[in-house]
Design a protein around this ligand. Sequence first.
Ligand SMILES: C[S@@+](CC[C@H](N)C(=O)[O-])C[C@H]1O[C@@H](n2cnc3c(N)ncnc32)[C@H](O)[C@@H]1O
Length: 257
Amino acid sequence: MDAYKNPLYYEIAFSFIDPKEQVDSFEKLIKEFSKTEAKRFLDIACGPSLQLREIARRGYDAVGLDLSPEMLKYLEAKAKEEGLKIKTVKADMTRFRLKEKVDFAFIMMGSLDVESNDKFLSHLNSLAASLNSGGLYFIQNMGFDWTQAPKQSWTMKRDGITVETTYESHFKDVINQISTEEMTLEVNDNGVRKMLVHKRDLKHIFPQEFKTLVRLNGKFDFLGWWQGDCNKWDLDQPLEKVKTLNNSGNMTLLRRK
Ligand SMILES: C[S@@+](CC[C@H](N)C(=O)[O-])C[C@H]1O[C@@H](n2cnc3c(N)ncnc32)[C@H](O)[C@@H]1O
């Protein structure tokens, strides 16, 4: 079973994030860097998006984009249950157009998953067509440091459901900068045991390559990248000054020209 086809278990596995703190951080960044008033937010690869639910609760317009119909259906059901208005769009992040432009776009949890530099450029083009001039693009957890091949595991519990998550990454193809990531969710749902797996090949975009591609695309200003934890980021800690890069804590900020 694929973890992305089981949004409830995915949401429980990643419920260590604090969406209130994250959206507070977005609001601070908007105040500091945005050149447009932020009224409409887009979550790219949104999944169950605890963030969009918090954003909608604060009265902003909220749009979630994802490839997985299961994730979008779950988000729609959650929005309905919580009395929130969230628009969903089923699309590929490397090829999409929104009917109405947004003022702030974000992508969380290392979800910027493109197979090649051409696809990354196509992603930037899609976003440029959907983001108002002066609006920010916030990217969390780019896997810039590919010398890290971490194995992590953690356990989360809710409503009688326990989810034990294991995440592993292995180098696969040095020339094409690809590693294989595997995430396993071992679920005990009130006594019923299930095993969910998600495996993907991730094309690493190295830091200087990232900056060059953004410049080549030409539609965004690179504002910087900083270290933090998973909920807030420290503008006193640009990655250039950090001694040890921590992929799971970084954020990168672009602004639509
Ligand atoms: C790691 S989950 C992140 C979910 C959520 N944003 C979070 O922070 O927990 C990655 C999500 O990206 C979606 N996804 C994967 N490839 C995609 C693509 N090419 N375009 C749009 N969504 C994609 C998956 O369906 C999944 O919901």
